[in-house]
Each structure stands twice: as structure tokens, then as C-alpha cells.
Write a protein that binds this ligand. Structure first.
Ligand code: SF4
Length: 493
């Protein structure tokens, strides 16, 4: 019996270029739990749509081929009609050939041919955009529509809110796409054949992370503390290099392997299955322990494709929330917090509240340099309080390098992220009772509260605000408890 071909699309095509196994699961298990967009992914889609709609405003008179409630064949017919009309451009121009469906963001008429515009919400044109454009050009050409040139219209990282420069930049990709085009029919055929068969066997590797993290990683990657990717400082690239040398597991490392200090300590902690504390811990903690009033500061930020506050660039992060605990000379703790309300620039009121809260602290603890970077940026964003921000910056103490230099527990699994180290060191403190447990979700939720608040019912708005406040407070309290634990270890040491 002949096999019914599996329909491809440009997103399936690019997914298959990343990994055939990933595409197979996407086609054969479309309802897989891994494929259901979470809040963070949904927000990325929404921001992409916003950028796409703004891009269309650059083509007055363009005709949109509506996607919703319209069958693909109707959209193909509507595209043909639009191309035959006087419209200078067609948005979502739809073509089907070789059992492959594509919708081109903007198809502009140029002379006797057409110019293809792929709109991306990224800050630059990337290699992965080339096959994406190529498959669109190939299918359009197969439908008799000549594409003479192509560009990626992306966000311009030099743009500043509200109107400094152009929000969009354009990169011509005609040549790169022409070079890639001959690969398209063969790859389409390979994908069709692969989809008609059983799940392909694809080894894990760098492609699991590039161009984007594969949602099926939990299915393919071993969940073991002994896996080489769990070695301190080993990211996707280094893991792939180990795979090429036939090393999958930490235990496979040859005794002659050059390892850094943290990695050697990790191996020792794993072999002896115990916490290792360096004798230098007490000395490294001195600036923390000698402060009379010691603050603990944590930010949550927003990050929008289309910048929302003055002088911000596309995708620039900006604090919209902070939590602050302060250890008093008598050993008790006070707490202060701020969470933006409404769409106006939150940085001036946030800075004012933060300067007041931290005024009496001798030193202020952060975990990684993230807070320091944001405070430096805010000296430009809130120039009237630049001197106060510089003074706060001078008080900052980073606990992260102390951890990296002095402590390892086998439960860290090679990571020094606050969430990863917390359970092994402070098991009684968890995030299990919280609704928001992840900074990326917090960021999306803050943006939702600030910029679409009118559409959120009051009770939900209040609940999400409370969830955000609880989450950020837990982060600074985690730092408090972490430092207390480190001081205890140093004393015992
Ligand atoms: S985790 Fe890697 S090997 Fe597995 S489906 Fe994803 S990309 Fe393919």
C-alpha cells in the first residue's frame, strides 16, 4: 500500500534540519506534553506576532492573507488573487507544493519578480534564517512565483525607545539563500522518507541545543549526575567535544585529563560522596561577616522585543521588581520590596525605593553580577539618582564566586545556580509552596501585569502580584539562609 506523505511546512523543515528525531516526534506526537507551549514560549510567540504586525505597517497597501478560520487551500487561492491585483505586497502569502506548506511574511512585488521578506524578532540575522527563507523561496518558485531577492527584516539593536533610529534593520540574504536552495528538495525528500518510517536513531549532541533547545531533551539525555554534561563548566559545546572523543560519562575521563580546580574538587566530592569545604572559606566570607548591616538584593526584570521604556533597546532587560532583606546588628532581619504597577517607566520609582531601603546597609549581597549590571545600567536610565546608584554599586558583594571558590556538594550536579545549590545546603528551604518558581516565568508575568493589565480580571491581577512578591522574597531569603549556612561551615571548618 503506498504511504500517504506527511505534510511538511517551513517550521517542520527547519525543525528537521536541527534533528530528524525531533521532527518525527513533532509529527507523530503533536499532542506530546513537551510540545505544549509554556508561558515563556507563548510570550515569545506573542512578541513575534507583535513584531510581525509592526513590520507590516512598513508596506502600506499590502494585503493580508488571513490565517484564522481559513483552510490552507483557500489561503492559496486568496494569495493568487492578491498577487494578480495591484497590491504592492502580500502578507502571509501562502503556497503549497511537494506536500509542503509555507506562508511568507511579506512578499513584495518588484518589477516582474518578487522580493521575499522574512520578519524575525531577533536583534540580528542568524545562520538558521537561511534555510528558513530558502524553503519558502523554493516552494513559491515551485508554484510559479519568481523570487528575485530576499532579506531578513529583524530588530535593530541600535534603536532606542521611543523613536531614536529605526526599529527594524534589514539584512540581504539573496546570495546565501541561492547557495542553500539546491539542498532544499533533497532534504524535503529525506524528511518525507524519514517520517514514513519508524522513529530514527539520532545520537545526542550539540544539535540538541542549536539553533534552539530541543523540547525532547528529557527523553534523549541521560538523567544522571555522572553524565559528562554535569561536569562543572561543561556546556553543550564542551559536551559535544567530549562525545567526539567517546567520553559520555564523568567516569570515562582519563586520569591524565586536564581539569580545572572546580572540576577536580567535583570529582573528589563525587568519589567520596561528601561536601567539600575549602579552608579559605572563612577568609572569603570576611567582608560579609564584618558588615554591621548586611543587605541582600534581588531583581526581577522585564525583557521586551519592542522596548517599552525611554532609551531602552530591543530585548534590553530592565528591573521592574526587587526584594531586599537586611540583617540588623542584633541578628534580626527586615524586608522591603517593590513591584511595578502600570505601564509607565518603573525604573525611577524602583530606584527611589531601593535607595531608601538600602541606605543604611554597610554592604549588599547579590548572587552573580546580574544585579550589579542592572544597577550600572540604571545610572543612565535614572540620571537624577546616578550618584546614589553608584554608591550602592560600591557596596555590592557577590556570594557566587565565594561558592565557586570554596564549596562543592555532589548534589550540585556541576552547577552553582542558586536553585541548584540550595537543596543540598539548605534542604529546609524550598520553592515547593510557590506558584512562580522560575525567573523567566516571573519576567513574563510582570510584563503581562504591566502591559495587558486591562484584560486581566482584578482577582487574577492581585493573585499574580502576590505570587511575584512571594517569589522574589524567597530569592533574597534563600541568599540569607545560604550565607548563614556558609558562615556555619566556616566556623566548623
Ligand atoms: S534531544 Fe537531541 S537527539 Fe533528542 S530529539 Fe532533541 S535534538 Fe534530537
Amino acid at each position: 500500500m503506498p504511504t500517504v506523505p506527511h505534510h511538511l511546512s517551513k517550521s517542520r523543515f527547519t525543525s528537521g534540519l536541527q534533528c530528524h528525531k525531533k521532527l518525527w516526534w513533532e509529527v507523530h506526537e503533536p499532542d506530546a506534553v513537551e510540545l505544549q507551549p509554556d508561558k515563556v514560549l507563548q510570550d515569545l510567540f506573542d512578541q513575534g506576532h507583535q513584531v510581525g504586525e509592526l513590520a507590516r505597517t512598513r508596506y502600506p497597501g499590502g494585503v493580508l492573507i488571513e490565517r484564522s478560520n481559513t483552510a490552507r487551500t483557500e489561503r492559496v487561492a486568496a494569495t493568487e488573487a492578491a498577487l494578480d491585483s495591484d497590491a504592492p505586497a502580500v502578507f502571509e502569502a501562502t503556497f503549497i507544493a511537494n506536500d509542503t506548506y509555507v506562508a511568507i511574511d511579506v512578499l513584495e512585488k518588484r518589477g516582474k519578480g518578487h522580493h521575499l521578506i522574512e520578519v524575525k524578532a531577533s536583534n540580528s540575522q542568524k545562520d538558521e534564517h537561511i534555510p528558513d527563507v530558502a524553503v519558502q523561496a523554493y516552494i513559491a518558485a515551485a508554484c510559479g512565483v519568481e523570487i528575485n531577492s530576499a532579506e531578513v527584516m529583524h530588530l535593530n539593536k541600535e534603536f532606542r525607545n521611543p523613536d531614536m533610529g529605526d526599529l527594524f534593520a534589514r539584512t540581504d540574504v539573496t546570495e546565501a539563500v541561492a547557495k542553500f536552495l539546491p539542498n532544499v528538495p533533497d532534504e524535503l525528500a529525506r524528511q518525507q522518507a524519514m517520517l514514513a518510517g519508524a522513529l530514527p536513531d539520532v545520537p545526542i549532541g550539540l544539535h540538541c541545543f542549536e539553533p534552539r533547545d530541543c523540547p525532547f531533551m528529557k527523553r534523549c539525555w541521560p538523567d544522571s549526575p555522572d553524565h559528562i554534561v554535569q561536569l562543572c563548566g561543561v556546556g553543550p559545546k564542551r559536551a559535544a567535544a567530549y562525545f567526539q572523543r567517546g567520553i559520555q560519562w564523568i567516569r570515562d575521563l582519563p586520569p591524565t585529563e586536564k581539569l580545572n580546580f572546580q572540576q577536580r574538587r567535583q570529582l573528589k566530592a563525587m568519589a567520596e560522596n561528601r561536601l567539600i569545604v575549602e579552608p579559605t572559606l572563612a577568609k572569603e566570607l570576611k567582608p560579609f561577616s564584618t558588615a554591621q548591616r548586611l543587605g541582600f538584593l534581588d531583581f526581577e526584570t522585564i525583557m521586551r522585543a519592542v522596548p517599552v521604556w525611554p532609551a531602552m533597546a530591543p530585548w534590553q532587560q530592565a528591573p521592574a521588581q526587587f526584594s531586599y532583606h537586611e540583617r540588623q546588628p542584633d541578628g534580626t532581619y527586615t524586608h522591603a520590596e517593590f513591584l511595578a504597577e502600570g505601564p509607565a517607566d518603573a525604573r525611577p520609582p524602583l530606584v527611589e525605593a531601593m535607595i531608601t531601603a538600602t541606605a543604611r546597609a554597610d554592604r549588599v549581597v547579590m548572587y552573580t553580577s546580574f544585579e550589579k549590571t542592572r544597577i550600572r545600567e540604571m545610572q543612565q536610565a535614572v540620571p537624577q539618582l546616578a550618584a546614589e546608584l553608584a554608591a550602592l554599586q560600591a557596596k555590592l558583594l557577590d556570594l557566587h564566586p565565594v561558592m565557586r571558590n570554596c564549596v562543592y556538594h555532589p548534589g550540585f550536579n556541576g552547577s552553582y545556580s542558586l536553585k541548584e545549590i540550595l537543596t543540598p545546603l539548605v534542604p529546609e528551604l524550598t520553592y515547593d509552596d510557590l506558584v512562580i518558581v522560575d525567573g523567566r516565568v516571573a519576567s513574563v508575568e510582570i510584563a503581562r501585569l504591566l502591559f495587558v493589565a486591562g484584560k486581566i480580571p482584578r482577582h487574577e491581577h492581585d493573585r499574580v502580584r502576590k505570587d511575584l512578591l512571594n517569589y522574589c522574597e524567597r530569592d533574597t531569603w534563600a541568599m540569607v539562609k545560604l550565607l548563614e549556612k556558609l558562615e556555619e561551615l566556616a566556623r566548623d571548618g
